[in-house]
Each structure stands twice: as C-alpha cells, then as structure tokens.
Design a protein around this ligand. Structure first.
Ligand SMILES: NC(=O)c1ccc[n+]([C@@H]2O[C@H](COP(=O)([O-])OP(=O)(O)OC[C@H]3O[C@@H](n4cnc5c(N)ncnc54)[C@H](OP(=O)(O)O)[C@@H]3O)[C@@H](O)[C@H]2O)c1
Length: 264
C-alpha cells in the first residue's frame, strides 16, 4: 500500500485506520489532516502522524475524504488549491461523485461507504466509481478488503440502499440491544463489564451460527419448542408486526439517504 491520507480523521477514519494497523499496514503509510484537537490527540496516541496540507502531491496514493457532508465541498476546494489531479476516495454520505469530481481538473474519484466495524476487521464497504476510474476502484477494493469485506456496486444509486441497510445498520442493532442491556444489567446487579461480556458472547454466538451456514428459520427452530418460551416470544413479535416495522425503519433510512443526495 502506498501513502494514504485521511482528510478528516474522526469516527470513520479512526475505525479504518485501526483496522488497517491491525491488519499489519505500516503506520508510516497512513497520514491525516484534521483540525479537531481531540482527534489529533487520539491519533498521536496510536502513532499516526498528521501531514501538512501543502504537502499533498502526486506521491500520495489516495486521499480518503472523510468530513461531514456540510464540510465536503470546502475540503475539496482546499485539496484542489494544492493538487489538481488527486485520487479521491470519498466516504462522505450523500454527495454525488459528479459534485466532487467537479472541484478538480482531472481527479480520479471513487465513492465508498464503510462502517465503523472496520476497526475490528469486520467492515463491510460498498464501492462505486465510473468505468474510467478502474484503477482507483481496484485500489479502493484492496484497501477496504484489509478491514473486512468489500463490494463494488454497479450504480451510484445503490449506495443509498447500502447506506440505509448496512451503513446505518449497526445502529439499529445497538438500538434494539438497549432492551437486552437494561434487563441483563438487572440480572447481574448492575455490573456493566459483566453485562457487556454476556451481550458480546450472545452476539458472537449468533454470528458464528450464521458463519456456519445455519439458515435463519433453522436457527430459530433449533431454539424454539412447541408451546415453549421462544415460541411465545416469536408469536408475540409476529402478532405485533415487528418485522414490518423494522423494515419500515430501514426504508426510512434509504429514503433519507436519497434526500441527502439531492440536498448537495
Ligand atoms: N461515522 C460513520 O459510521 C460513517 C460511516 C460511513 C460514512 N461516514 C461518512 O464519513 C464522513 C465523516 O463522518 P465522521 O463520523 O467520521 O465525522 P467526524 O467524526 O465529524 O470527523 C470529521 C472530521 O473532519 C474534520 N474536518 C472537517 N472539515 C475539515 C477541514 N476543512 N480541514 C480539516 N479538518 C476538517 C472535522 O473537524 P471538526 O470536528 O472541527 O468539524 C472532524 O474532526 C461523513 O460524511 C459521513 O457521512 C461516516
């Protein structure tokens, strides 16, 4: 891997950086630009150095644009003031490829949508780029494959579906788990560390059976028995249309992703 510069080094950049380091990428190949003092402190602690904006040049293999959507076009302007033909991998939700490419004379631009689980090598990243950016697409795939699984999308609009389903996805499960946290904490007398261990084992178990190829219905049937507790729980969830409501939440996120795309 050549040098990668993270422009904006907050939540998502730090997750990717941690995952890259975990996978053996040399710290000297990772640099960042960020104005936020607390992010600087965190990165310095893990041995990642900043780069002066004025040193952005052709030797940088790619710049990961990772600022909030409201800051993205200004950040592109700052980059284009220094270099006009960079390789940009934008992880910014909602800002279309065309908008970013327009900020430069002849930049290669690819969009990627990673998730914070990249920090643990459990990332899932969608990548989209035009056919004339083949080289950067394959470079992006290589980079994100080091922090988990990555898929190349055929259409830019598919990024909205991915964002609503997978990008925002972990937050839905964290939200649902609040029910578990509350009740598990009671079971272990408020011992948060122990409660976290229980929830983490619980999720690891679910994840392992999916990894093993056990089908979802089969997995449910392995737990449920006629007139037992699981059957009562599942029947109540069905009666209350929990699946439909959950899907409605996902659809709202996809809709919002499309709206954001039109706002910028
Ligand atoms: N978080 C996720 O799970 C996730 C997943 C996929 C995609 N994304 C996308 O990734 C992007 C970043 O999200 P995030 O959660 O990582 O945001 P974040 O934590 O706010 O990090 C962005 C950082 O960039 C800095 N920054 C903004 N403009 C700058 C500039 N011109 N020069 C130097 N530093 C600048 C910000 O500084 P200030 O704090 O001073 O503004 C902030 O420290 C967003 O567009 C989001 O849509 C996020």
């Amino acid at each position: 891997m050549g040098t990668t510069v993270f422009f904006g080094a907050g939540n998502i950049s730090q997750s990717i950086i941690k995952g890259l380091i975990k996978n053996g990428v040399s710290k000297k190949d990772i640099l960042y630009i960020d104005r936020n003092a607390s992010n600087k402190k965190i990165l310095s602690k893990i041995g990642i150095k900043p780069i002066d904006k004025n040193l952005l040049n052709n030797k940088i293999e790619s710049i990961i644009l990772a600022v909030k959507p409201k800051d993205a076009l200004q950040a592109c302007k700052e980059i284009s003031d220094i270099t006009n033909a960079p390789n940009i991998i934008s992880v910014v939700a909602g800002i279309k490829l065309k908008k970013i490419a327009k900020c430069f004379d002849k930049a290669q631009v690819v969009r990627a949508m990673p998730i914070t689980a990249s920090a643990y090598g459990k990332g899932i990243t969608a990548i989209y780029g035009k056919t004339n950016s083949k080289k950067l697409i394959s470079r992006s795939k290589k980079l994100f494959s080091q922090v988990g699984a990555s898929i190349i999308l055929k259409k830019e609009s598919e990024l909205d579906n991915f964002t609503g389903l997978i990008g925002s996805g972990p937050a839905y499960f964290f939200y649902l788990l609040k029910v578990y946290e509350k009740r598990v904490l009671k079971l272990c007398d408020g011992d948060k560390k122990f409660a976290n261990k229980i929830i983490s084992n619980f999720l690891d178990g679910i994840s392992s059976s999916i990894d093993d190829g056990v089908g979802l219905d089969e997995a449910i049937n392995m737990i449920a028995s006629k007139k037992g507790t699981t059957e009562a729980g599942i029947n109540s969830l069905k009666k209350n249309n929990v699946l439909q409501l959950f899907e409605k939440g996902i659809i709202s996120a996809i809709k919002r992703s499309k709206e954001i795309s039109n706002e910028y």
